[in-house]
Ligand binder design. Structure first.
Ligand code: C5P
Length: 307
């Protein structure tokens, strides 16, 4: 984690820290390609308690955004989604202020866990508070959508049916918390590459619509139902190129996961467990495997302001 701002410097209301969770996709269907080049999709998404942290403070009298990341794997310039979200929020607020941001990364990158989008959503939530803007979640989703397809989800999580390009988000109630074992292979997958592999693997055009096997507009969805319906269209083409991911998914199943699947376009795979002990035992199976990183976390709420 990056060092916090010195406590003696600005007053607490000038600083806000937002925890930005990762997500998994218990269901991910990729549909037709849209005129804007993106694909329509249909997904059930759930936040999990592997969190980045975005800490922001206003710099009155300045006009620049200074972003510090605690990893060199990520640029701290205008290409960073946090920087872009901050720039959009300050522009929209019409406030003349500088901003300092510290981004502490824990969510692996190129991992299919939505880390960049979650960081952007957390930045909007934090600046809504700092700038005293009273933006609605819908307004922030509209601001965040151009930055990344998963940003709107993080503003409406923890659990939602997501469709369109990712901008149509309908919260659902998934019954009961679960333990989640995330297994990251130590390499990333570019989303754009995964879409190209998927297109190349499909003999006919992508389906224009999809009807889930049960109505997901029900008040409650259970993990049992999700386990029956779990499916990720990226698995076939991504596993064809990265056989290790198929093996890791199978290993999670062998360890007793209720559901095991690729998350997003990868490269992380996840397993769902009812009990903490079982999740922690399953994780042990991956101990000592070269480059593999594992996390045992719980399903959680959306981005939250850290008190
Ligand atoms: O929006 P995001 O930056 O996550 O998208 C990364 C890439 O994934 C896009 O450039 C596009 O190629 C592909 N994508 C897509 N349809 C979506 C989401 C992403 O084709 N709904």
């Amino acid at each position: 984690m990056t060092k916090s701002f010195p406590a003696s410097d600005p007053t607490p209301q000038d600083i806000v820290t937002v925890a930005a969770p990762a997500k998994i996709n218990p269901i991910l269907r990729i549909l037709d390609r849209r005129p804007d080049g993106y694909h329509n999709l249909w997904s059930v998404m759930q936040t999990v308690g592997l969190e980045d942290e975005v800490q922001m403070r206003l710099l009155p009298g300045r006009h620049d955004i200074r972003l510090h990341c605690d990893t060199e794997q990520l640029a701290s310039d205008h290409t960073n989604l946090v920087y872009r979200a901050a720039s959009a929020a300050i522009g929209r607020s019409r406030r003349s202020t500088g901003l300092e941001i510290k981004l502490s990364k824990r969510i692996p990158m190129g991992a299919g866990l939505g880390g960049g989008s979650s960081d952007a959503a957390a930045t909007l939530i934090g600046l809504n508070r700092l700038l005293n803007m009273h933006w609605s979640r819908e307004e922030m989703a509209a601001m965040g959508e151009p930055l990344g397809s998963d940003v709107p989800f993080f503003l409406f999580g923890p659990s939602a049916v997501v469709s369109g390009r990712g901008e149509k988000v309908r919260p659902v109630n998934i019954e009961g918390p679960r333990w989640v074992v995330l297994v990251n292979p130590g390499f990333g997958i570019e989303t754009r590459w995964a879409y190209a592999q998927l297109a190349a693997s499909r003999s006919s055009v992508n389906p224009a619509s999809w009807h889930p096997p049960r109505p997901y507009d029900a008040e409650h969805v259970t993990w049992d139902q999700l386990a029956q319906d779990s499916e990720n269209d990226f698995e076939g083409p991504v596993y064809a190129k990265h056989g290790i991911l198929k093996e890791l998914t199978q290993a999670l199943r062998d360890q007793g996961a209720e559901m095991a699947l690729l998350s997003g376009s990868g490269a992380t795979v996840f397993g769902i467990f009812r009990h903490e002990v079982a999740a922690k035992l399953a994780r042990k199976h991956f101990d000592g495997l070269k480059k593999i990183q594992t996390f045992v976390v719980q399903t959680c709420s959306g981005p939250r302001i850290v008190p």
